[in-house]
Design a binder for this molecule. Structure first.
Ligand code: MG
Ligand code: ZN
Length: 378
């Protein structure tokens, strides 16, 4: 029998259909592999996995120049080789507030003053911390204000007014901020709605400690909410001791347990408060406190080699200038021009992998995009 010349239409088309089908399947598989390949190509590999972001609220060049010229401590700011300038205007004001000022760091969008990580449409936009949690990275804030104050709030909450600190505290339940240390006990335990936030946080896996002692006693835990003061922390002048440095280094040691990486936001919140009070001594001692913390962080980062440290401000406070001192020409007189904020550019200091991105003059939103790019976030 000669197989070759027998044409069986049914068999032929069946075979053809089968071949077309397998060809289709192969094509789909190839497309899928190609697609996922180009997708992984697009999702940038993180250059940096560990970020310590330090904000001196209200810390402009006059604050740094004045305070550090009188300090006997090592000047931490002079340890940075990469320096930039950030333009701080908000969406509706040349002179920003701390809500709009930290919103840009967290979500990369300018918003109206008092907004907390919402756009000008009052809608929430994804923050760095939220993007990082999707990649199972660790996040935290350590501040000398309440943990629900405008600056830290922007990193884990979305509300249209910074004044809603009770509401901001509830955002901690969402788990986008693993470690929160600072003041603000009243927003956890003495709330207007009488909710027991301690219990709710514990149900969400947090170790919670709330007191009003201002006395930092570290405890271990990858998820912790620790408030040490009823509202803001004590002033350094009134005996806050080394809380900021100790709590920051402790938070770093806890966040570092996460092998996927972390971001810790440390805020010298009260540099701003000294400015509002036009109280140079208050401002100066808060800046010394921050300087000491930055030195400790840089010592650590130098040893580790894989930690990006960025220090900046959300805005300047007080319109501070250093005028000639009539009695002693080698001294200056600290002169405030407002009890509010000013619209001057603020410095950005960067150290470690990816630091070079922070050189130059740019809008404050750029700081968000630099972090996003370096951490490989989408
Ligand atoms: Mg602040
Ligand atoms: Zn302020």
């Amino acid at each position: 029998m000669n197989k070759a010349i027998i044409f069986e239409p049914n068999k032929f088309f069946k075979q053809l259909k089968k071949n077309v089908f397998s060809f289709g399947v192969i094509l789909l598989v190839l497309l899928a592999i190609g697609g996922s390949y180009s997708f992984t190509q697009k999702a940038k590999k993180p250059k940096v996995k560990k970020v310590i972001f330090i904000i001196g609220d209200g810390m402009g060049l006059a604050q740094i120049s004045g305070a550090m010229s009188e300090s006997t401590d090592r000047n931490a700011f002079e340890r940075f080789k990469v320096i930039g300038m950030s333009k701080t205007s908000s969406a509706d004001n040349y002179v920003t507030d701390s809500g709009a000022g930290a919103t840009v760091f967290a979500i990369g969008k300018k918003t109206f003053n008092y907004g907390i990580s919402v756009g000008t449409d009052s809608l929430p936009y994804p923050s760095l911390f939220e993007m990082m949690k999707k990649k199972n990275m660790a996040t935290g804030v350590v501040v000398t204000s309440s943990i629900t104050h405008a600056t830290p709030a922007c990193f884990y909450a979305h509300v249209s007014s910074r004044k809603s600190e009770d509401d901001i505290a509830e955002f901690l339940l969402k788990g986008n901020c693993d470690i929160a240390i600072g003041g603000g006990t009243k927003f956890i335990t003495d709330r207007k709605d009488k909710k027991n936030l301690t219990e709710l946080l514990q149900l969400n896996g947090f170790i919670v400690k709330t007191d009003t002692t201002n006395n930092f006693e570290p405890f271990s835990g990858n998820k912790q909410v620790y408030t040490l003061a009823y509202d803001g922390m004590k002033r350094k002048l009134d005996g806050r001791n080394d809380f900021l440095k100790l709590a920051s280094m402790h938070a770093i040691s806890q966040l570092n347990n996460n092998k996927n990486g972390y971001m810790l936001m440390i805020e010298g919140s009260q540099v701003d408060w000294g400015g509002h009070a036009n109280d140079y001594q208050y401002m100066k001692t808060e800046l010394y406190d921050l300087n000491q913390t930055i030195n400790a962080v840089l010592d650590y980062a130098e040893k580790q080699g894989d930690v990006l440290v960025v220090v900046t401000a959300d805005h300047e406070t007080g319109g501070l200038s250093l005028h000639p001192n009539k009695d002693d020409k080698k001294q200056f007189t600290a002169n405030y021009s407002t009890s509010g904020h000013s619209g001057i550019m603020v410095p950005v200091f960067a150290f470690g992998p990816g630091a070079e991105l922070f050189g130059g003059i740019y809008e404050n939103t750029q700081i968000h995009y630099n972090f996003k790019q370096l951490l490989g976030l989408e």
